[in-house]
Design a protein around this ligand. Structure first.
Ligand SMILES: Cc1cc2nc3c(=O)[nH]c(=O)nc-3n(C[C@H](O)[C@H](O)[C@H](O)COP(=O)(O)OP(=O)(O)OC[C@H]3O[C@@H](n4cnc5c(N)ncnc54)[C@H](O)[C@@H]3O)c2cc1C
Length: 474
């Protein structure tokens, strides 16, 4: 971890540097608009699974250097951070203060702006809710080509609450203030096995209820389903001392350990990134469970989600493996959905019977706030949701989107919510019945009246349907 200078002088100098880069970006934005272009984010990494054409030079807003932590305020437990900062950088700046962001998405390259706008979650979400609920304030470059500060208590509060799930269609977050929570040195894990989905989800809901508001309760809660009758609940408790710790950053694979061990201990940093080394389990598609390949890739520092995303993107662009016959024709079903816990057993059954992707990641999440205040991502604050993450290819002889459509319909039937970071096939009417057209329309006319950015449906659904590829820009 690089030493992070948190002195007032260093933070002030970082703020000045931010202001200069922000002014440069505003100029770039204006130039793109003058040429009649739609400005688009130019980043080096992404975790999107929607493919669109790469932007032209004239469209590309170069935000690659908006990746700094400006200040960590341990007293008020807030971090001030630039919008394209990967969570790995933010975590490394906060851990030396005995703090971490209240919710850290599992993949190191997910950026703070991307997770706040993309409905991020993780295993602390049963306590602290969604990533966007850890947001205290945000400075946004809007479609009008200027920046505004949005907070829950100022004139731009509509943007503060409307930003989550807007996916860059109202503006880009350039600077954010994120809530931090205290950590200890290690996380002790227990993996509890269950065979019956009904009792598994019942016990998971009970455990969340019991631990949620207790200072000495579990800090983390998630689960893994290897099938309909092989389910694990993993609880994580902070501890100060450990005699032995496991590491899953090289030859050992974390998800296998869940089946093999009842308990485990990891450093807090290794716990936070436990899923990144193998992109959950998706690295096996690239042969990373072969010890020789794993050793070689690990020695070169390539065991991480960024490498896999790039490999997958490269393959998808040319469909190379399909063309040379090394990969069958598959429909990618890469989705995260939230289902009310009472319907979770039914959804798991559906996944097993109709989609067949295994394992499945299970993550409980409940809104931190007691009122429903996020118009584009409405969840019932009294309900515990189960996030199901399933990422894989399904062999298909059906028209494109067949399996993804099945998922969309089942999620809607069970009163759930689907994340928009991946492919969607909703009709426009269906889409707006889920994502609040009226509230979006009001936000759009206030912050992007001339349509500098695409509309949410156009960006998340319609643009993909043209079946083209997206590069490093999102
Ligand atoms: C296999 C897989 C597993 C995942 N699992 C999880 C998970 O468990 N938990 C979780 O939280 N998320 C998960 N995600 C989803 C991820 O959090 C979202 O895709 C998130 O939006 C990605 O953020 P990014 O920083 O990589 O942004 P990008 O992928 O670059 O962009 C995502 C979208 O957000 C917009 N955007 C990016 N930055 C900004 C900004 N600063 N301001 C406004 N809009 C912006 C972009 O325009 C784009 O539409 C997963 C994704 C994959 C592929």
């Amino acid at each position: 971890m690089r030493r992070y200078d948190n002195s007032g002088i260093a933070s002030e100098s970082r703020r000045r540097s931010f202001a200069m880069r922000r002014d440069r970006l505003i100029k770039q934005f204006a130039e793109a608009r003058q040429r009649g272009r739609t400005p688009r984010l130019g980043k080096r990494t992404s975790n999107l699974f929607r493919v669109r054409p790469a932007p032209t030079r004239a469209e590309r807003l170069d935000v690659t250097d908006f990746n700094h932590v400006i200040a960590v305020d341990p007293e008020n437990r807030v971090a001030e951070v630039e919008g394209m900062t990967p969570y790995e950088t933010l975590v490394d700046a906060t851990l030396p203060h005995g703090l971490m962001p209240a919710v850290v998405p599992q993949l190191k390259s997910i950026t703070v702006g991307g997770a706040v706008t993309g409905g991020g979650i993780e295993s602390s979400s049963f306590r602290y809710g969604f990533v966007h609920e850890t947001l205290q304030a945000v400075e946004v470059l809007t479609g009008e080509g200027r920046t505004v500060l949005a907070r829950p208590d100022n004139e731009q509060r509509d943007l503060f609450y409307g930003f989550p799930n807007s996916y860059g269609t109202l503006g880009y977050a350039l600077r954010l203030w994120i809530r931090l929570v205290p950590v200890r040195s290690y996380v002790r894990l227990t993996h509890a096995k269950a065979a019956d989905p009904d009792s598994y989800f019942h016990d998971l809901a009970e455990a969340c209820r019991k631990h949620r508001n207790r200072a000495d309760g579990a800090a983390f809660m998630d689960g893994t389903a290897f099938g309909n009758h092989e389910l694990y609940r993993t609880e994580g408790h902070f501890i100060d001392h450990a005699e032995a710790v496991s590491r899953y950053t090289f030859m050992k694979v974390y998800y296998h350990s869940i089946r093999r061990k009842d308990g485990d201990v990891l450093t807090t940093r290794d716990y936070i990134w436990r899923w990144d080394t193998d992109w959950f389990w998706c690295s096996r598609a690239f042969g990373m469970e072969n010890p020789v390949l794993r050793f070689l890739a690990g020695s070169m520092g390539l065991l991480n989600s960024t490498t896999y995303w790039k490999l997958r993107d490269w393959n998808e662009r040319g469909r190379l493996l399909q063309r040379i016959g090394l990969m069958p024709s598959v429909e990618w079903v890469i989705q995260d959905v939230e289902i009310p816990v009472e319907h979770a057993p039914r959804f798991l059954e559906f996944l097993n019977e109709r989609i067949g992707i295994r394992p499945v990641w299970i993550c409980p999440a409940q809104a931190f706030r007691t009122e429903n205040v996020y118009p584009l991502y409405q969840t019932d604050p009294d309900v515990l949701y189960i996030n199901f993450g399933f990422w894989g290819g399904v062999r298909s002889g059906h028209p494109p989107g067949h399996y993804n459509r099945l998922v969309e319909k089942e999620v809607a039937r069970l009163g759930g919510k689907k994340s928009l970071y991946s492919t969607s096939f909703f009709t426009e009417t269906e889409f707006w019945s889920h994502y609040n057209r009226d509230a979006y329309g009001r936000l759009k006319s206030r912050y992007d009246p001339e349509g500098a950015f695409p509309d949410l449906y156009e960006k998340c659904v319609a643009a993909y349907q043209s079946d083209t590829t997206e590069g490093e820009s999102t």
